[in-house]
Design a protein. Structure first.
Length: 95
């Protein structure tokens, strides 16, 4: 990724751990990851990615256990005059 985009850096990210729906609503569990882990897990070719998912199911009963699943921060602002303003991601991000 660095050779394609020299401004890439390994910044801290939140990761999606799991989502559980219950009688009190939806519980979203977050964890920490990094951009490097995201590229090394979620951006693998299909066969290697499937291997991580399958092993997570067997070892932890969680298909996402070995995946970074980094979350991006996006924003939508609804104004009082019914307009919408969206955040635009930088064109310098690797994925």
């Amino acid at each position: 990724a660095l050779s394609k985009n020299p401004s890439t850096f390994d910044g801290s990210k939140f990761r999606l751990g799991k989502i559980k729906e219950g009688s009190e609503g939806v519980k979203i569990s977050l964890g920490l990851t990094g951009y490097k882990e995201y590229l090394a897990t979620n951006q693998l070719d299909e066969v290697l990615f499937k291997g991580l998912v399958d092993d997570g199911k067997v070892a932890f009963r969680n298909p996402n256990a070995h995946l970074s699943n980094a979350l991006g921060c996006e924003a939508l602002l609804l104004t009082s005059d019914d307009k919408a303003l969206f955040l635009r991601r930088s064109s310098k991000v690797a994925t």
